[in-house]
Design a binder for this molecule. Structure first.
Ligand code: WTA
Length: 633
């Protein structure tokens, strides 16, 4: 626990040290881990290549740092508390020793199925402990996992399988979410028709739904672990060996595989977990994310388990079977740290105070927020009614690419300021730049957020495409990592994140590239051209608004709109389904043929009083038509 900062002056000192002597700083933090062989060099980097290496030539296995490092001190401690979707079903409490045995057994099973170090494994599973076991077993044998959110469609799943040339897919017979039972195995079957690299599918029994098992390919989880030893010698990995790939949307059409490696990610997720949440040994910590997102990777599985914490994993949704489900779970397990997304807070806020009334919530010490800017109203509601006014609220800013929390208050240490992610963690050097890339020093400045120095869990590349990695993150402002977010440093020096400045929409805390949604819409045979923008949405933060030019002959707009929504749902998944679709005859274009999205954003946001300069438009007449045709409520 020596990694934990205790006071504000302690934070300031640590921060100074981390900036002045980063290698010494991280070298000291990394010493508390178990390395099979120490590093030659803490860091070597170049943001031009780019080429970033942490703990060069060190050897380790991350899971030894979860298990062997802790088993002697807290083998019997709960590692995972699992709460099922349906509160009437039994919960599970899995100790560190049991989790170790499950991981070893599944590691042996994966090896017996032919999975070797470096092979890619797709995990398309519900929020059950076996999903965490799957991730840990991959880490144990040196296979590279790529978790795909189980709400993605078969074609989104196929794209990811093909991009990383996965050898094996892990899934379940079904997925309980609220009142639904989602047939995920069918989705996998459909995806595999479009792929050629997958040799085996391991199916974990969860819902007891009927599934078709293809005899040469599909095997049951319970069968493959049968007879396998509950001991497994961890494979030796290099600090820079791949730990996982996680696909995320960007401003171009195709999701990119963000690559995280072993040593740096391990060091940073544990460090940030302990410091942001100020976790203490007997605490119960709960993050409500899905393991399909980076938050689930870093702060349900890796960070907490590395820190020897008890991490709660919830299979269900916040409103099933009732709107007090989160609060009921907090009281049931006496949760001390609770970490969720603004979209969930706003949705629950909309239900009023009644669903909270039966619960005391008095175990809570820290509450957290992640995924999108938290508006002040939601911040205060969360702080007052869930934190009861006396829990520090950590508004944590970070990204799939950053691997861990970058800018956030440290609970109880950094003074809280509503809607401000506040200050960088030690080792993180954010800068705000203007459009030309000049650093805006001092307070009261606003611009684009970059990071000018590497941190241990920075992504190392985008899978199979290093050029794209360079172009996306290091070419807008050469020499710096560009986040894609806008930010403001206020008069106190506190950072406030203003949201994306690129063509990425943040819907309910999930990233969606507008180009990706447009590509899906364009698959509809009647669509000629489309443009997608974000607009403010009360619950989701941002909603998806699509404009489409279509062949309208013989079909009503209403039918077209529903079909377009259905097409996106089918091609990407329900999370990408547009909230609004407007059929138009033209899209505003510049003389060079570029769609003027600024105008489309304003119309979608019902902010048409000042459309700005439209003199460069090729077809100004379409604007009036678009405004007339937009929904009026
Ligand atoms: C946004 C999620 C404001 C931001 C961990 C970022 C936030 C994107 C915050 C990354 C926050 C995340 N305040 N905005 N506290 N946290 N974001 O990759 O726009 O799913 O670039 O990672 O979410 O989303 P991602």
């Amino acid at each position: 626990m020596s990694q934990k900062i205790q006071t504000l002056s302690g934070y300031i000192n640590e921060y100074q040290r981390s900036v002045h002597q980063p290698e010494k700083f991280w070298g000291r933090i990394a010493q508390s881990f178990h390395w099979q062989k120490p590093w030659d060099n803490v860091l070597s980097w170049d943001f031009k290549g780019p080429d970033i290496k942490w703990f060069e030539n060190a050897k380790l296995n991350l899971t030894e740092n979860i298990f062997e490092r802790h088993l002697f001190t807290h083998g019997e401690k709960a590692a995972i508390i699992w709460e099922p979707n349906d509160p009437k079903e039994a919960h599970r409490i899995i100790s560190y020793r049991e989790l170790f045995e499950m991981t070893c057994q599944f590691s042996n099973a994966l090896e017996a199925q032919g999975v070797e170090k470096g092979d890619r494994v797709i995990i398309y599973m519900p929020m059950i402990p076996e999903a965490a076991v799957a991730m840990l077993a991959c880490a144990r044998i040196g296979a590279v996992h790529s978790v795909v959110f189980a709400g993605f469609s078969s074609s989104a799943l196929a794209d990811r399988i093909n991009d990383c040339e996965a050898k094996i897919v892990l899934t379940s017979d079904g997925n309980f979410r609220g009142s639904k039972n989602i047939p995920v195995k069918e989705v996998v079957d459909e995806a595999l028709e479009k792929t050629s690299t997958v040799e085996k599918v391991i199916v974990c029994k969860r819902t007891n739904s009927e599934v078709t098992m293809k005899s040469t390919r599909d095997v049951w989880w319970h069968d493959v672990i049968k007879g396998q030893s509950i001991d497994h010698k961890a494979v030796t990995l290099d600090a820079e060996d791949l730990l996982f790939i996680l696909y995320t949307s960007g401003s171009t059409g195709k999701p990119k595989g963000v690559v995280h490696t072993t040593g740096g990610y391990m060091v940073y997720t544990q460090y940030s977990f302990l410091n942001v949440f100020q976790y203490e040994q007997d605490d119960v910590y709960w993050c409500t994310a899905d393991i399909g997102w980076i938050t689930g990777h870093s702060y349900i599985v890796y960070g907490p388990l590395l820190a020897g914490a008890t991490t709660l994993m919830f299979e269900g949704v916040p409103t099933y079977p009732h709107a007090g489900r989160f609060w009921e779970i907090i009281d049931k397990y006496k949760v001390n740290q609770f970490y969720t997304a603004p979209t969930a807070i706003r949705a629950l806020q909309a239900k009023g105070l009644e669903p909270i009334a039966p619960y005391s919530l008095d175990s809570l010490k820290v509450i957290g927020s992640v995924g999108e800017p938290i508006n002040e109203e939601a911040w205060h509601w969360y702080h007052d009614h869930i934190g009861k006014g006396n829990c520090p609220l950590v508004d944590t800013w970070w990204q799939t690419e950053t691997g861990g929390i970058m800018i956030s208050p440290l609970a109880g240490i950094t003074p809280n300021k509503p809607a401000h992610a506040s200050l960088p963690l030690p080792g993180i050097q954010p800068v705000i730049v203007d459009a030309e890339g000049n650093e805006l020093k001092g307070n009261n400045v606003e611009g684009n957020l970059c990071i000018k120095f590497p941190w241990p869990s920075i992504l190392r590349t985008t899978y199979g495409d290093h050029k794209r990695f360079k172009e996306t993150y290091f070419s807008t402002y050469p020499g710096m990592y560009f986040t894609g977010d806008g930010a403001k440093r206020d008069h106190d020096g506190y950072l406030r994140i203003l949201g994306r400045v690129d063509d990425v929409i943040n819907v309910s805390g999930h990233r969606m590239g507008t180009a990706e949604v447009e590509n899906a819409i364009n698959e509809h045979p009647r669509v000629i051209e489309s443009a997608v923008v974000g607009y403010p949405h009360d619950i989701k933060g941002q909603g998806i608004y699509a404009y489409a030019i279509c062949d309208r002959e013989g079909v009503s707009d209403q039918v077209l709109i529903e079909e377009i929504k259905g097409t996106v749902r089918k091609i990407i998944g329900p999370i990408a389904k547009p909230d609004e679709v407007q059929i138009v005859n033209g899209l505003p274009k510049t003389r060079s043929g570029k769609i003027m999205r600024r105008i489309l954003r304003k119309v979608a946001s019902k902010d048409i009083s000042n459309l700005g300069d439209t003199s460069t438009l090729l077809n100004p007449e379409v604007i009036a038509e678009i405004i007339d045709g937009s929904p009026s409520d």
